[in-house]
Design a protein around this ligand. Structure first.
Ligand SMILES: Nc1nc2c(ncn2[C@@H]2O[C@H](COP(=O)(O)OP(=O)(O)OP(=O)(O)O)[C@@H](O)[C@H]2O)c(=O)[nH]1
Length: 397
């Protein structure tokens, strides 16, 4: 294989050290709501730089330091990467898998100090195992919604694994007198260049993972009701506006259901506020269980829920409302050994929307219908027509 003259091994090592240290510094500034893992990753980068510093001093210091210690620290680097990924997913650290490769690497490098081929082969093997462990830990939990960071780390580490493997094969295929780390051979240059790129890409991947999770948490907090986990009022209003605009353009039917738990104050007063919270969660789940994928249920406020039902006419909306009312009545909430019965009243408004209509008219009408359901004794469904100001009131159907 021809030697790449401009790729000087020493320059490569300085590049790897400088690049790694800058990434470690950058990692120290990663600020997200949950920082698990970034500390381990920064330490991994620091130890990686330390390894290459020792590699660079090959020939000037004892081989026990520049070979055995350096490779042992490198095994520690990969152990720290595994710890970072495990911590990111909030799992217990797999201590055996984390620690075992470190003494094993020290032992094998000490044993084969004078035998470059065997040393490279065993080191490559140990590192490949560590890479497989990291990738496994990365993908073991349920798939993340935004897997781009994990993909980047996987690609970077797999490339590193493949290069180590190829390097091992290449060394084996060479005549006995091949250069070690001190040489300027193409294989060494490629190894160092790849280490540099791998470190940068994998670290970028880890930063992306933490950033994507932070964004997902922010999105969850901004759009979901903390107590029940369903949509909050903000998301409901946004979705209602968007859906209603669409229905107006298409002159399509659209329905909203305003749901209120009957005598909820009595549940709070007699069973306690925490039991009241459990009933809210329970009713939210029941309402959610009957919806189609295009529908949405959210908490409008207190013990009130709003359901948005695209492409639903008045008979479909009223039928669903009756089903939900019966479901809640027949399914008491289990809480700390108690069975807490609950009932709901529902106001329905459904209409074929036309350009110029307002989304809030639907909610106002459903609210009026709900008021009537409460007045008429609760645990019931009432429906109200959409009132278009300045237009005659349509006949009730
Ligand atoms: N546990 C709990 N209670 C809440 C929450 N939000 C509002 N509430 C309570 O919900 C109750 C609503 O009471 P009311 O408006 O009188 O309504 P109600 O008792 O359901 O009576 P009707 O609607 O007329 O059947 C109040 O006691 C509020 O304190 C919450 O997040 N958790």
């Amino acid at each position: 294989m021809a030697s790449l003259a401009p790729l000087d091994t020493r320059t490569m090592m300085v590049m790897v050290i400088a690049g790694t240290l800058s990434m470690a510094l950058a990692m120290a500034f990663v600020r997200t709501p949950r920082r698990e893992g970034t500390g381990f990753w920064a330490w991994a980068l620091l130890t990686h730089a330390g390894t290459y510093l020792l590699f660079m001093l090959r020939g000037q210091i004892s081989d026990w330091l520049s070979i055995v210690l350096a490779n042992t620290i490198l095994a520690g680097t990969f152990a720290l990467l595994l710890a970072a990924v495990t911590a990111f997913h909030g799992r217990a650290q797999p201590w055996m898998w984390l620690l075992a490769p470190i003494p094993a690497t020290a032992l094998l490098n000490g044993l084969f100090l004078q035998d470059l081929r065997l040393r490279l082969l065993t080191s490559s093997f140990m590192l490949s195992i560590q890479i497989v462990l990291i990738v496994w830990a990365l993908w073991r939990p349920t798939r993340p919604n935004q897997p781009r960071g994990a993909i980047l780390i996987t690609l970077a580490l797999s490339t590193q694994g493949a290069i180590l493997l190829l390097r091992g094969i290449w060394y084996l295929s060479q005549p006995t007198a091949v250069q070690g780390l001190g040489g300027n051979g193409t294989a060494q240059s490629i190894t160092f260049l790849s280490a540099f790129i791998v470190v940068l890409l994998a670290s970028l991947g880890f930063v992306l993972m933490t950033r994507d999770r932070a964004e997902a948490i922010n999105h969850e907090l901004a759009n979901n009701d903390l107590l029940t986990g369903i949509a909050n009022r903000r998301l409901l209003q946004q979705t209602l506006q968007r859906d209603a605009q669409h229905a107006m353009r298409q002159r399509e039917a659209y329905a909203v259901l305003m749901v209120d738990i009957d005598h909820f104050k009595a549940i709070n007063d007699s069973r306690g506020h925490l039991a009241g919270d459990a009933v809210l969660r329970h009713v939210a789940q029941l309402l959610h269980s009957r919806l189609r994928s295009q529908d949405m249920v959210g908490r409008w406020g207190g013990e009130e829920f709003l359901l948005l039902l695209p492409a639903t006419d008045v008979s479909g909306a009223s039928r669903l409302a009756q089903e939900l009312r019966t479901l809640v009545q027949d399914t008491p909430c289990r809480y700390e050994g108690m069975l807490i019965p609950a009932q709901i009243s529902i106001g329905v408004c459904a209409a074929t929307l036309q350009p110029g209509d307002r989304a809030r008219w639907l909610v106002d009408a459903a609210d009026k219908a709900l008021y009537r359901a409460k007045e008429r004794g609760r645990n019931s469904v009432e429906q109200a027509p959409l009132l278009r100001p300045g237009k005659p009131v349509p006949a009730q159907g």
